[in-house]
Ligand binder design. Structure first.
Ligand code: ADP
Ligand code: MG
Length: 254
């Protein structure tokens, strides 16, 4: 409430309006995003689901400052993103965004610990604090015992947990995950999605997770379906996602 008694709407984490994006291949121009409106909130996992080729990765890239849309804008943490000069967009990404990709994107030569400290130091975090934050993030994903191992010495699920720890150690307010479970078996996929849930709740991050895996739907606070570059429906869950999931497992109505 403001001093003159007005209620202020909380600033949403991310809001996109009328996003359009086309790609040209040879002489043909293909419209991949056909006027997408989107919003995501702090403390929630928003799942974007849709078939392969529906525009999910393009949407995430446009939402996160990686790919400029042809039309429309994104307001991220209260600031218009695409009207900034490109250097400022890069800085915004560095300061506020975490990314988790399907292929883990770990540096082959670095131990799990150094995967994280290297990135934090690049961000300007001091050595001792970088180490403390890296250890804490690895602990959160259950990987502290293997912090001195390199990617070649880790399983797929463990690599993805390190990649998540690296993203969490940045303490980003916006966390983007593009098919983070597709290289994993069901059990490791569930671990990963639970970690994303925890990141949303513990760090108040807005987690935007793209997947074509319908098994993950139960873990979302909110599910948005995209098909052929358009949003089909947008469902907000009434109960926290895991509770809804537990009830569904027990055969009760959700
Ligand atoms: P999804 O992630 O849902 O599988 P994408 O957003 O990756 O879908 O791609 C949607 C469509 O856009 C696909 O048909 C893909 O071939 C096309 N596309 C994506 N990126 C490019 C690009 N850089 N150049 C040309 N076409 C692209
Ligand atoms: Mg994709």
């Amino acid at each position: 409430m403001t001093p003159n008694g007005l209620h202020l709407q909380p600033v949403g984490a991310l809001r996109a309006t009328s996003l359009r994006k086309s790609f040209k291949t040879g002489r043909t121009k293909v419209e991949v995003l056909k006027g997408v409106d989107f919003d995501a909130r702090h403390g929630e996992v928003t799942m974007v689901m849709g078939p392969s080729g529906s525009g999910k990765s393009t949407l995430v890239a446009a939402l996160s400052g990686l790919l400029r849309p042809d039309e429309g804008d994104v307001v991220a943490l209260g600031e218009p993103l695409w009207s900034k000069p490109s250097g400022k967009i890069d800085k915004f990404r560095l300061d506020h965004c975490g990314f988790i990709f399907q292929g883990f994107n770990l540096f082959p030569a670095l131990t799990a610990l150094r995967q994280i400290t290297t990135v934090l130091k690049y961000q300007g975090v001091r050595n001792d604090e970088a180490r403390a934050r890296a250890e804490q993030a690895l602990d959160e994903v259950g990987m502290k015992p293997k912090m001195n191992q390199r990617p070649s010495e880790l399983s797929g699920g463990e690599k993805q947990r390190v990649a998540i720890a690296r993203a969490l150690a940045k303490q980003p307010k916006l966390l983007f995950a593009d098919e983070p479970t597709s290289a994993l078996d069901g059990e490791n996929g569930q671990i990963v999605i639970r970690l994303l849930q925890r990141a949303a709740k513990a760090h108040d991050a807005a987690v935007i997770c793209v997947t074509h895996d319908p098994r993950l739907e139960a873990y979302a606070d909110r599910v948005i379906h995209i098909e052929d570059g358009r949003i089909l429906d947008d469902r907000r869950r009434l109960a926290p996602a895991h509770e809804a999931h537990e009830r569904r497992l027990q055969g009760a109505e959700v």
